[in-house]
Design a protein around this ligand. Structure first.
Ligand code: UDP
Ligand code: MG
Length: 160
């Protein structure tokens, strides 16, 4: 049991389709804490870094154009083991095969336009959060619902 932070991007297709609220709401209702959130435009440099693992793929130029076609919403989320929890809520990359109930499974059909990005590992989350948020753009605060979201030993694992 570890307190973690992870990065979510609400992608341009979701912005265009009016899904911002629905997507953020999924994470909120799960009991996750939003500790940073902003609208921002991405440029080629940050996309090359963020998508370094696929920057040599033929679909990368198109993906880059898509990710720059409108602003995105960057969200930093905190919770117990939340990197994995957020990936489960997000669903698999190819949205038309993503599990019903996941965000991609419920809201998308495409392998590219799949409405949301979520960090895929603790290591990557630790790199991705500071890529999109300066240290004074994330916040520490008490969430009163935590006593109903977590059991006592889980709250202790998160540092009280
Ligand atoms: N992507 C794409 N075509 C592909 C595979 C991926 O356009 O064949 C895009 C898609 O938007 C995906 C992003 O590249 O979300 C990052 O790919 P990754 O394999 O990291 O998938 P994710 O972690 O987003 O599920
Ligand atoms: Mg990924």
């Amino acid at each position: 049991m570890h307190p973690e932070r992870t990065l979510i991007l609400v992608k341009p297709d979701a912005i265009q389709r009016g899904l911002i609220g629905d997507i953020i709401s999924r994470f909120e209702k799960k009991g996750l804490k939003i500790v940073g959130m902003k609208m921002m435009s991405l440029d080629e440099a940050v996309l090359r870094e963020h998508y370094a693992h696929i920057s040599d793929k033929p679909f990368f130029p198109g993906l880059s154009q898509f990710m720059m076609s409108s602003p995105v919403i960057a969200i930093c989320i905190e919770g117990l083991d939340c990197v994995d929890a957020v990936r489960r809520i997000t669903g698999i990359t190819k949205a038309r095969e993503a599990e019903a109930g996941s965000i991609r499974g419920d809201f998308a059909m495409s392998v590219s336009c799949n409405v949301v990005h979520a960090s895929d590992s603790i290591e990557n989350a630790a790199k991705e959060v500071p890529r999109f948020f300066k240290s004074d753009e994330t916040y520490k605060y008490q969430k009163s619902e935590y006593e109903h979201v977590y059991a006592e030993e889980e709250l202790e694992a998160m540092g009280g």
